[in-house]
Design a protein around this ligand. Structure first.
Ligand code: UTP
Length: 276
């Protein structure tokens, strides 16, 4: 079964400068919890309790977050403030964390390939923590995808419908409908112009990938900007085998953009934080 989840967190987060000059984008808080913790909680809910981070320079705060802070623990031991650490303590005690570093930020495909030694020859989840996903009354998005993987045993990308004038920001799929909300991918285009987009079904930051993806990434030449796109490698998998695209149940916020970040903050404050 799927036990491992890869978090590529090496990107520069330039859209959040200057906040991300010396702080990882993934540590920006949505209300009182850093973005990356929401992602790890979603992975754990899906049964993925081996979490690997592909980090880079300036990202040490992520490793520190998922470790004990003895001084702080000592300071608040026995006070009511301990409750604030319950969630993160649970993760520290129940998740096996590992870290590797991407020395050159050569794109998401390259970041995923950097994780290969820690993933090995098994299917794994990928979470881009700047996409915050909430399942609402449904399971978390990754848990929904793990269920599908058990049935179909192939790579799966999460998709959502986006307005036509936003397709240029995403990888976009063409697919044959298999059942409500599930497509067999026939084509994928990275950041197409509106008129070239095969659909308005955009790939978001949740994937389940079978381990042959690593060879496909190695076979993928870098694009014009020198970055290795994961979309190209997944398209190869789709052409040679099968890749599914799943219209997940729930909501997703693009917290890599300021607008999405503010929207997520308001949503979490009203619907999760206040209710807890
Ligand atoms: P983004 O496209 O959001 O890039 O990467 P970014 O650098 O994080 O942010 P901006 O655009 O400069 O504001 C998508 C995901 O892929 C990871 C990022 O950390 C993010 O989670 N990534 C991207 C890497 O780990 N390595 C890379 O070389 C590129």
């Amino acid at each position: 079964m799927i036990r491992k989840c890869l978090f590529p967190v090496a990107g520069y987060g330039t859209r959040f400068l200057p906040a991300t000059k010396s702080m990882p984008k993934e540590m920006l808080p949505i209300v009182n919890k850093p973005l990356v913790q929401y992602g790890v909680e979603e992975a754990v809910e899906a049964g993925l309790d081996n979490v690997t981070f592909v980090t880079g320079r300036g990202k040490r705060a992520i490793a520190d977050h998922f470790d004990i802070s003895y001084e702080l623990e000592h300071q608040i031991a026995g006070t009511s403030k301990e409750q604030y650490l319950e969630g993160i303590r649970y993760l520290i005690n129940n998740v096996n964390f590992s870290f590797t570093r991407q020395n050159n930020m050569l794109g998401l495909g390259h970041a995923i390939l950097t994780g290969e030694p820690l993933i090995g020859d098994e299917a794994f989840g990928v979470v881009l923590a700047d996409d915050l996903c909430v399942g609402g009354e449904h399971d978390g998005v990754l848990a929904q995808m793990v269920k599908l993987y058990k049935q179909f045993r192939c790579s799966i990308v999460a998709i959502q419908e986006v307005p036509e004038d936003e397709v240029h920001k995403y990888g976009v799929i063409a697919g044959e409908s298999m059942m409500e909300g599930l497509y067999r991918v026939t084509d994928m285009v990275e950041k197409p112009a509106k008129e070239d987009a095969p659909s308005n079904l955009a790939i978001i930051g949740r994937y389940i990938l079978t381990p042959d993806i690593f060879d496909k990434i190695r076979e993928t030449p870098p694009g014009a900007n020198g970055e290795v796109q994961i979309t190209d490698a997944i398209l190869r998998q789709a052409q040679e085998g099968c890749v599914l695209a799943y219209k997940f149940k729930g909501r997703r916020f693009d917290c890599g953009s300021v607008d999405g970040f503010v929207e997520a903050t308001n949503f979490v404050y009203e619907n999760i934080y206040k209710a807890s």
